[in-house]
Write a protein that binds this ligand. Structure first.
Ligand code: HEM
Length: 435
């Protein structure tokens, strides 16, 4: 590597390690200086793309053919935890496993999951109703609620407490995982370095608990795990997908709920409008799957607390051969970064990108299919998309009529962990709902 490139890599690594979302935003710039394709050094060839046509080209091309996951540090490290769970795969193996997992999270299969969402939303509502005026950490409550609803949807109420432990065990392992992702070098997992050992123990604790769960009573056939068991017989694959669903589904949904509540707290008239429309449909009860068509279309914040606070901050692929993207020639093994936070600020597709404009999600706005990609797209598009939108809409529509959210005293700073979180939590003052 040339000296200039090493120097640039060292500077970039420091900025990336401190705050990757801020790094990407700085790199892409804004307004007239916005760069939809931005190559950069990070101990190898890298490019950030924020142009919907190019994003479509990368994400929608057949899995693992031109742009793959193999060899990328993120997927190498995450596979230590998820094994051969869907999230870390590409190519034919991915296609086969996706056919198994996809139906578990679609259509009528989501009906019992929606019941779990309504019960969790109801519990959150009761918790926030008494005492009616106080300050709460909304990020913490959203994380708890998301874990409850996901655990119940996965295995049903009798086993939900055990399933929820998987979320806690992942939260424990997460800092070790993130440290490894940002380290200058990743050692092979068989080398007993302190980092490998720590992550190894934390991963073993998570996977052993998942194995314990699978040894308990069989979950009801209409739960997500029950449906998976009906479609898959290999015990290791079942365990891998169970861990994948918790890791991919918990904090992502929590972030969508958190940032949607944050933006609604910042925009009281919009919050009032959603509360009034929800009240007209629900009249004080929790929202259900059957209410969804009648609920305000943007009550789920478009899956990402409006466009500019999406839960996922990075999607990566690696070029397999030479590629031409946006006038740039990319050599093989170039890492292509797609950051929804910069993509959703592309001024060509998002006028006033930083303004909260919920009408963007009322179904009347026409935009490039890949200008808004909080759930990715193409063959790897999130399989939990509908689950997450439904959970967010049910929680927001249930909670909002029952409480008043005081505007936040300061803007949140986004911190990039496995998913985005508000740095230091999200403290909001709650009050009683206006009579
Ligand atoms: C608002 C919440 C969520 C967001 C923003 C989100 C976002 C994403 C994105 C961007 C991807 C594509 C990654 C890539 O192309 O490399 C993805 C994939 C995936 N997500 Fe989600 N997700 C959310 C919720 C969920 C939930 C609730 C589940 C499951 C319970 C889930 C399970 C998965 C799985 C298994 C994949 C891998 C799909 C594949 O490669 O075929 N996600 N998600």
């Amino acid at each position: 590597m040339a000296l200039g490139s090493v120097r640039a890599s060292l500077i970039n690594a420091r900025a990336y390690g401190a705050n990757p979302v801020a790094f990407y935003r700085e790199l892409s710039g804004s307004g007239d200086g916005y760069r939809a394709v931005a190559p950069f050094d990070l101990f190898g060839r890298n490019v950030l793309i924020s142009d919907p046509d190019l994003v479509a080209e990368v994400l929608a091309s057949p899995s693992g053919q031109r742009f793959g996951k193999t060899g990328l540090r993120f997927f190498t490290v995450i596979r230590r935890m998820l094994g051969s769970g869907l999230f870390g795969l590409d190519g034919d193996q991915h296609q086969r496993r996706r056919r198994v997992l996809y139906p578990v999270l679609q259509g009528e299969a989501l009906r019992p999951a929606a019941d779990a969402m309504s019960r969790a939303a109801e519990r959150l509502c009761q918790e926030w109703a008494v005492p009616p005026s106080r300050t709460v950490d909304v990020a913490e409550a959203a994380a708890r609620t998301s874990l409850e609803l996901l655990a119940e949807a996965l295995v049903g109420p009798p086993l939900a407490t055990t399933a929820a432990q998987l979320g806690h065990l992942f939260a424990h392992a997460e800092p070790m995982l993130l440290r490894m992702l940002k380290a200058p070098v990743v050692f092979p997992d068989w080398l007993p370095t302190p980092g490998n050992r720590r992550l190894g123990h934390a991963t073993a604790a998570l996977r052993n608990r998942a194995a314990d769960l699978l040894r308990l009573d069989e979950p009801a056939p209409d739960t997500m795990l029950g449906r998976l068991l009906a479609r898959e017989s290999d015990p290791t694959r079942i365990l891998d997908e169970l861990v994948t669903l918790v890791v991919a589904g918990h904090q992502s949904t929590a972030a969508a709920i958190t940032f949607t509540l944050y933006l609604l707290a910042k925009h009281p008239s919009e919050a009032r409008r959603i509360a009034e429309e929800a009240t007209a449909t629900l009249n004080g009860r929790a929202a259900t799957i059957d209410d969804l068509p009648a609920l305000p279309p943007h009550s789920h914040g478009g899956g990402g607390g409006d466009a500019n606070l999406p839960p996922v901050w990075i999607i990566t692929r690696r070029t397999i051969g030479v590629e031409r993207l946006g006038g740039h020639t990319l050599r093989p093994r170039t890492t292509v970064h797609i950051c929804p936070h910069t993509l959703h600020r592309n001024p060509k597709h998002w006028p006033e990108p930083d303004r909260f404009r919920p009408e963007r999600f009322d179904g009347t706005s026409h935009r490039h299919r890949f200008a808004y990609a909080p759930f990715g797209g193409g063959p790897h598009k999130c399989v939990g998309n509908d689950f997450a939108l439904m959970a967010t809409a049910i929680v927001i529509a249930t909670v909002l009529p029952a409480i008043h959210l005081h505007p936040p005293t300061q803007d949140v700073l986004v911190s990039a962990r496995s998913f985005t979180v508000p740095d230091g939590g999200l403290l909001l003052r709650l009050g009683p709902a206006p009579g």
